[in-house]
Design a protein around this ligand. Structure first.
Ligand code: PEP
Ligand code: MG
Length: 581
């Protein structure tokens, strides 16, 4: 049994056999061979090397003829690498002395080689690393080890163990079979984490290098509550986790009884509790748990979960499905927040050095007006079917908000000219997720109908911490006093202007932090569907005075750690049922 600690990103426990993927998403299996097969295995490798060499040589000739010798030289360099004596020595040693299968030896040796090149932080050598990985892939193909689409042909339950999963890969996981996942890299605020919660998949990220030591099929426990994974658990551990699963099912059943009760404090302060969704099919779980509406519909997932670019009709159909199913409840559609860790199939921006500080979100939409216009048309068309509100993400400057609103107006006029049914008078809001917007909030507030704080990005940009980077995950805390002061300021400005203010970042889905937000004066929370019942339970268990006291005390504390410890302590007293033991 091996226990590993990572970062908890999506709660719950999953137990199942491991499906191990490496950095590029293909299966690796730590397979050992019998000592007497080592010679045959090595011969198999040499045959694969010869076949790959032939392929590379033919690539070199073809490319040189079409694109000139300089370009063809890329393949000459690959060929040289393929025949590198040190590389061969290491492969031979692994197969003949350590009895690794040829596939596993190739996978490990070439990966280590590529990683060593990457660590040198020289851009030219980093390119070489890509060549090494290319050779590895070709060798694995020759060896018949490489399954091109390991995730698309699942037939039984698995727990995915991977170096990384992008938000779109996560969005496409087959929920029928995938029970949970763990990755070597990643931080708590990344969109992979958010999708995991949306799919209700227990997940742990940022574990560090561990895949080398795992074989496909090993039993794994993913403890998404504590950020732990356990490989090959002993009977006692397995039994205790099975008990936890049962307890959590009992708690969920009890919380389900709150469905038709309002999210109000014990002494009657009503909090609007809405849901964050990424996919239309999530409306079912929102309604099951009694959401007051959709507070954040992350529409970019329409791009991330499809292999073709969505048309205006695709947008319209998805939005219409959501608004119809929510049956009169408000739906806040956030316009595309592509870029940074969410890239679609059309390269909308060049490769950037700092994508979270680059062309993402509203900036990207305003530079790709064809894309933006198409989405805004679909939103205004959907508005005839229900209570639709539009929200612009990552607004930093007033000019961005004005341009976006102007485009919305123009699009409405186009629809009118075309005689297509639409509604133009929908509420327009902005996300407050950049410190500059908080500082300048008085300027913005007069030009919007509502505000919604995105604490995921607000924490990232306030604390200068990449939300998806495991190395600085401990610094990424929405409970940091600096972030709390910005939230407090937003409440003051919103109250002063009479504009409704929501919090839709992940912060509002952590019970203690949600009570803190209510104590700070927030009256609208939007959380992943999975968190609805727990947050409702927390709100219904406290008085508004208790929330105010929490906020008053917290605002005197100096660090996120102190804040979280205090909140946990209060939660233990006020809502002990929600403490995970
Ligand atoms: C946020 O930043 O808090 C937010 C809700 O938006 P996203 O997580 O999609 O960036
Ligand atoms: Mg955001």
């Amino acid at each position: 049994m091996v226990e590993l600690q990572g970062i908890p990103v999506s709660p719950g426990v999953a137990i199942g056999p491991a499906l191990v993927l490496d950095a590029e998403g293909y299966r690796i299996s730590r397979t050992l061979i019998a000592a007497e097969s080592a010679e045959d295995e090595y011969a198999r490798l040499l045959k694969a090397v010869a076949a790959v060499a032939e392929q590379i040589e033919s690539n070199r000739l073809e490319t040189s003829a079409v694109a000139g010798e300089d370009t063809g030289d890329i393949f000459a360099a690959q060929l040289q690498m393929l025949h590198d004596p040190r590389l061969h020595g290491e492969l031979r040693r692994r197969i003949k002395r350590e009895y690794h299968s040829a596939d596993y030896a190739v996978n490990r040796v070439l990966h280590n080689y590529a990683n060593a090149l990457r660590r040198l932080e020289n851009p030219m050598l980093a390119d070489r690393a890509e060549d090494v990985l290319d050779i590895e892939k070709q060798l694995l193909l020759q060896l018949g080890a490489f399954d091109d689409q390991p995730l698309s042909d699942l037939t039984e339950s698995v727990v995915i163990l991977s170096h990384n999963l992008t938000p779109s890969e996560t969005a496409n996981l087959d929920r029928r079979y995938v029970q949970g996942f763990c990755t070597e890299v990643g931080g708590s605020g990344g969109h992979t984490a958010i999708v995991a919660k949306g799919l209700e998949l227990p997940a742990v990220v940022g574990i560090g290098t561990f895949l080398d030591a795992v074989t496909n099929g090993t039993r794994v426990i993913v403890d998404g509550d504590r950020g732990r994974i356990i490989l090959d658990p002993d009977d006692e551990t397995l039994e205790s986790y099975q008990q936890r699963i049962k307890k959590s099912q009992t708690l969920s059943a009890r919380l389900a009884e709150l469905r038709d009760l309002p999210a109000e404090t014990a002494d009657g302060t009503r909090i609007r509790l809405s849901a964050n969704i990424e996919f239309p099919h999530e409306t079912g779980s929102c309604l099951e748990r009694g959401a007051d509406g959709i507070g954040l519909y992350r529409t970019e997932f329409l791009y991330l979960s499809s292999s073709v670019e969505p048309s205006e009709e695709d947008h319209y159909e998805a939005y219409t499905q959501v608004v119809r199913e929510m049956n009169g409840r408000p739906v806040v559609i956030r316009t595309l927040d592509l870029g940074a860790d969410k890239m679609g199939h059309r390269p909308l921006a060049e490769q950037e050095h700092n994508p979270f500080l680059g062309l993402r979100s509203i900036r990207l939409s305003l530079r790709n007006l064809d894309l933006f216009r198409l989405q805004l048309r679909a939103i205004l068309r959907t508005a005839v079917h229900g209570d639709i509100r539009v929200m612009f993400p990552l607004i930093t400057k007033i000019a961005e908000l004005r341009q976006a609103k102007m485009l919305l107006k123009v699009v409405g006029e186009d629809l009118k000219d075309e005689g297509i049914p639409y509604r133009a008078d929908i509420p327009v809001g902005m996300m407050v997720e950049v410190p500059a917007a908080v500082v300048m909030l008085e300027q913005f507030v007069g030009e919007v109908d509502f505000l919604s704080i995105g604490t995921n990005d607000l924490a990232q940009y306030t604390l200068a911490v990449d939300r998806s980077n495991e190395y600085v995950a401990d610094l990424y805390q929405s409970s940091d006093p600096a972030v709390l002061r910005l939230i407090q300021r937003c409440v003051e400005v919103a109250d002063g202007s009479g504009r409704p203010l929501a919090v839709c970042g992940e912060m509002s889905s952590i019970p203690g932090r949600a009570l803190l937000l209510v104590g700070l004066g927030v009256r609208n929370l939007s959380v992943p569907p999975l968190a609805l019942s727990r947050i409702k339970k927390a709100i219904r268990s406290v008085s508004i005075d208790e929330c105010h006291q929490i906020a008053e005390r917290v605002m005197k504390l100096e660090s996120a750690r102190e804040v979280d410890m205090y909140l946990l302590d209060r939660l233990g007293v006020l809502v002990p049922e929600l403490i995970v033991t």
